[in-house]
Design a protein around this ligand. Structure first.
Ligand SMILES: *[C@@H]1O[C@H](CO)[C@@H](O)[C@H](O)[C@H]1NC(C)=O
Ligand SMILES: *[C@@H]1O[C@H](CO)[C@@H](O)[C@H](O)[C@H]1NC(C)=O
Ligand SMILES: *[C@@H]1O[C@H](CO)[C@@H](O)[C@H](O)[C@H]1NC(C)=O
Length: 212
């Protein structure tokens, strides 16, 4: 074989070698997208875009289920048989997509928080894509039905006729998103902290960096 032929063969083999990695995703891909989202949700941004850019004490009307806090996770874990982390992760994705939609809905076209919020929506969608790919590839993952209790919540979040509203500050909603993300994707954040502990997030926790 000529040198060129060898080179071409190498290129071809390399190509087929690389190909599968394009369509598969690994836990670390999920962590990459989660970490990107986390960076964007940092305290400075949440305060600027979800608090300072709004009138004082401004609230948004959301469904009760869209208030998804660390405390909800402990309650569900304690009460729902057969609950898996991925059920909660999926719920987290759904709830926070709805939350961002609700925030966007109140923002006029030129509002200074609009771009930030739609960027977050995009980043969340990326987490969802990688998450779904990973679900399809997993060895034990044929179609899985989440426990009924989770499906009920899911249905209520999606029900356009739900009329039970609660008024919540936008920053509080994103604080919830940020904290529950740490709890549900704990493996992505190398730390000895227990992000699923309500105490961890309590104000005045001395070990906690103030901006968390
Ligand atoms: C938060 O993220 C923004 C970019 O989105 C960055 O400019 C800023 O320095 C970050 N703040 C902190 C405290 O990490
Ligand atoms: C905002 O809410 C706080 C307590 O929730 C209250 O003390 C304060 O007076 C409110 N500010 C305005 C401008 O309504
Ligand atoms: C979280 O708990 C609150 C208060 O107990 C409840 O109203 C809300 O529906 C729960 N959210 C979810 C997603 O279960």
């Amino acid at each position: 074989m000529t040198r060129t032929a060898v080179w071409l063969l190498g290129l071809l083999l390399g190509f087929f070698w690389v190909l599968p990695t394009v369509v598969t995703s690994t836990p670390s891909d999920l962590c990459k997208s989660v970490t990107t989202l986390k960076a964007s949700l940092n305290f400075t941004n949440r305060r600027q875009y979800m608090k300072h850019n709004f009138p004082i004490n401004y609230t948004i009307r959301v469904h009760y289920e869209e208030i998804f806090r660390v405390h909800n996770i402990s309650k569900l874990k304690a009460r729902v048989q057969g609950l898996e982390t991925r059920d909660l992760q999926e719920l987290w994705l759904l709830v926070n997509q709805e939350v961002l939609k609700k925030v966007l809905r109140v923002l006029p076209e030129r509002h200074p928080s609009r771009k930030y919020t739609s960027d977050l929506e995009q980043l969340l969608r990326m987490v969802q894509q990688v998450f779904q790919q990973q679900q399809l590839q997993g060895p034990e993952n044929e179609e899985r039905e989440p426990p009924e209790r989770i499906q009920d919540i899911w249905d209520r979040v999606r029900d356009p006729d739900m009329r039970a509203w609660k008024s919540v500050r936008p920053k509080a909603l994103l604080d919830n998103c940020y904290r529950t993300m740490h709890c549900l994707f704990q493996d992505c954040f190398q730390s000895n902290e227990d992000f699923c502990s309500v105490l961890h997030w309590r104000r005045g926790n001395k070990k906690l960096p103030r901006q968390a």
